[in-house]
Design a protein around this ligand. Structure first.
Ligand code: GP9
Ligand code: MN
Length: 735
């Protein structure tokens, strides 16, 4: 053996040499697993570097603990720690294969609801080769046992051990710093477990998950059924009666909930460069059968889309920080719209062109009782089909039809659009209106992606008409949150044709569309003040479902008793009379600051503030204390998440089976002939020769494409990296 090799091999017989070998082997297999077992959506050299680096810091710190011990003990401790880390890796490889998500501490702790029937399926998902992750641990143990590697019994110098710990901590700081730079608010906004692993590694994710679960279970444990009493007392006083004129007017119809990503109310009837930006949505807004609200505000905080979804379908507020859907979506009891409606005979389905794990939708939707969830794996993917977080809207709507037509009617279908998302980039071929010219590059593309969304909506609506779905459906549209954050004051002023914008103007800028269309309802523009929290009681009114008895914090916008004080998540509010932003009160009629308030005015503002603070804190108590587990509405059956699976093959089979049991789907009504040919799109990506085969692609195509989820998750991270430079500014904005 050459000398240098001999001396290198010889180093393994020292404590430091053995430690280094253990760390490197652990790093290597983790890195291989990252690349082969998980879909982390790594994009660009920075993210690649972070991924390469991230197994090191925690491995050095954790395995380094052993170095503080004496003699042979330090070796065996190192092996035990290595074994534990490896088992966490092993468990996640299996869990990820089934759920496309990482195992959370909640899953381990709870044997019931959150465990997703893991035990049952374990035997089906395990591969013999999975045990290879233990190969290095076993090999090292054998080499030690057979004295091929000799144990160095000398105590390892304390200062060396401490130095190694410090190196580990320093590397962790580097990892964290680079990650925060690439994706700001990584830990506070709790987007997606994939992100934590991609940036900070699997071990850190374990710590993070245990910390979160501990924190949550502490509040959960403290909560009791008596907390529910104060919630019920509040609701008894504050819930509103239905509007008899509208009650049940859309009963029995299908329900479409169309989520207009980042779409603000100001875009309605807005002209840019002399042209209407969103002509179809404008027409829809003014349709005599559309109820449109022009004083409807988003109420989201850090959870953005997920906060909007939480409010729209549960009438519960998102949390002051983080995302309720991510933090509580898997474990809490919910009584959400999909669950309520599916128990009343609706088929419920959510459609979205991003990966399933974003905002923890894959778990939260089960808790909310969604029968089906069609996410990126269900859609055919090609490199130019996606932009930003996922599928382009025109392709998304069109390719949703092959699933939509299989849903037995009446159905409740939520379609979440994506293209009109920050940073509002759109490929040239899809641009049909000029950018605005504020000079703010984040803002100027907004009208282009909004126009694209408008066109995608137009194509979808014309399909609905041809397929006979327009007449027998209630179509609800809403904008989830602002698209242009408050950090862009000069650009906002320019868009609104003002010299400057005040804080009051910015509060008004938080308006988003809320429209409900159904044949036979009296439409018109309604000026009632309200927000996302009020959507569900309003929808229930039209569907003929009384919302009293459900734990919903909003009130029916159509009810005479509706409370028009609209809470922002930070405790500010707007109303038809007074608006409070920060510590300033404004006269809502004039937008002027109220400086010398009368005692009476002060009293009114105080009452409004009280109302806002109370509803926010009670809603938080419901979510943080998981209070709905103590209360089941009359006639409601508690959701059991283990009844649901969103795996592609299972879903496709279930859709086939359901056609035979309930012959009310569009497909059944057309005697099995697909309605996809009725769909007309001008999406340039689909116009090339193979687009024909796309449109005729059968369900089995999409099952193949489940393995393509990589590409969509790549896309999601792509958008992150491309937005990273200014994303901290974006996300720090508030209402
Ligand atoms: C991702 C999409 C975007 O799937 O819903 O969420 P947002 O960034 O708007 O909260
Ligand atoms: Mn959103």
């Amino acid at each position: 053996m050459p000398k240098f090799l001999k001396s290198t091999v010889g180093k393994v017989n020292t404590t430091f040499g053995f430690f280094t070998l253990t760390v490197v082997l652990f790093w290597l297999k983790t890195y291989i697993a990252y690349k082969t077992e998980f879909t982390l959506g790594v994009k660009g050299p920075v993210q690649e570097f972070i991924l390469f680096l991230n197994p090191f810091p925690t491995a050095i710190v954790l395995l380094g603990i052993a170095l503080y011990f004496r003699g042979r003990l330090k070796y065996w401790l190192m092996m035990i720690i290595d074994f534990l880390q490896t088992s966490w890796l092993f468990a996640n490889i299996l869990y990820y294969r089934e759920f496309s998500d990482f195992m959370s501490a909640g899953v381990i702790k709870s044997s019931g609801a959150a465990s997703n029937n893991l035990g049952k399926s374990l035997t089906q998902i395990i591969h013999g080769t999975d045990f290879l992750v233990y190969a290095d641990v076993i090999l090292l143990i054998l080499l030690l046992a057979f004295k091929v590697i000799r144990i160095d019994p000398r105590p390892f110098k304390l200062r060396y051990a401490a130095t190694l710990t410090m190196i580990g901590v320093a590397l962790f700081a580097v990892d964290l710093g680079m990650s925060e730079h690439d994706r700001s608010d990584l830990l506070t906004r709790t987007f997606d477990n994939n992100y934590i692993v991609k940036y900070l590694g699997l071990n850190t994710y374990a710590g993070y998950s245990f910390y979160q679960t501990e924190k949550e279970s502490a509040t959960r444990a403290k909560a009791s059924s008596s907390d529910m009493k104060s919630v019920l007392a509040y609701l008894k006083k504050n819930q509103a009666d239905e509007n008899v004129q509208y009650f049940g007017k859309a009963k029995g119809k299908n329900v479409f909930i169309i989520h207009l990503e980042s779409f603000q109310q100001f875009l309605i009837d807005y002209k840019s460069d002399g042209k209407e930006v969103t002509p179809t949505l404008n027409k829809f807004y003014h349709d005599s059968s559309t109820l449109s609200f022009d004083n409807f505000y988003h109420q989201v905080a850090q959870g953005k889309t997920s906060d909007a979804e939480m409010m729209m379908e549960n009438s519960l507020f998102g949390l002051p920080t983080g995302s309720a859907m991510t933090q509580y979506g898997s474990s809490n009891t919910f009584q959400a719209a999909p669950a309520i409606l599916s128990q009343k005979g609706y088929t419920t389905a959510a459609f979205h062109g991003d990966v399933a794990s974003f905002w923890n939708r894959d778990n939260a939707y089960k808790s909310w009782g969604y029968n089906y969830f069609f996410y990126s794996s269900y859609y055919k993917e090609k490199s130019d089909y996606s932009i930003g977080y996922g599928l382009k809207d025109k392709i998304f709507f069109k390719d949703s039809v092959k699933y939509l037509e299989q849903l037995p009617q009446p159905f409740y279908a939520k379609l979440i659009t994506l293209t009109n998302h920050y940073p509002y980039t759109l490929d040239k071929q899809n641009q049909t209106i000029a950018k605005t010219k504020t000079g703010d590059s984040t803002v100027d593309g907004y009208v282009q992606t909004a126009r694209y969304l408008d066109q995608a909506f137009a194509e979808f609506i014309s399909y609905l008409k041809k397929a006979g779905l327009y007449k027998n459906s209630m179509i609800v549209l809403y904008g989830d949150h602002y698209g242009i954050s408050n950090n862009h004051r000069p650009a906002i002023a320019e868009l609104l044709g003002k010299k400057t914008v005040t804080n009051y103007d910015l509060a008004q800028f938080q308006k988003v569309p809320f429209m409900i269309h159904a044949d036979g309802i009296k439409g018109g523009v309604n000026h009632t003040y309200g927000g996302e929290i009020d959507a569900l009681p309003t929808i229930f009114d039209l569907l003929g479902i009384k919302n009293k008895g459900y734990i919903q914090f909003g009130t029916d916008l159509l009810s005479k008793q509706h409370n028009q004080t609209v809470a922002f998540r930070n405790g500010d509010f707007v109303s038809p009379t007074y608006s409070k932003i920060g510590s300033t009160v404004y006269d809502s009629k004039t937008g002027e600051k109220l400086t010398d308030m009368t005692a009476e005015q002060k009293q009114s503002v105080k009452q409004m503030q009280n109302h806002v603070t109370t509803e926010l804190s009670l809603s938080d108590r419901v979510i943080q204390g998981d209070l709905l587990r103590f209360y089941t509405p009359k006639g409601f059956k508690k959701v059991d998440v283990s009844d649901y699976s969103y795996k592609v093959n299972k879903t496709l089979q279930s859709l086939k089976d359901v056609q035979k049991q309930k012959k009310t789907s569009v497909l059944s009504k057309r005697d099995g002939k697909s309605s996809e040919s009725l769909y007309k799109t001008d999406a340039p990506e689909l116009s090339d020769s193979d687009s024909n085969s796309d449109s005729s692609s059968s369900s089995s195509d999409s099952s193949d494409s489940s393995s393509n989820s990589d590409s969509s998750s790549d896309a999601s991270s792509n958008s992150d990296s491309s937005t990273s430079s200014s994303s901290s500014a974006e996300s720090s904005s508030s209402n």
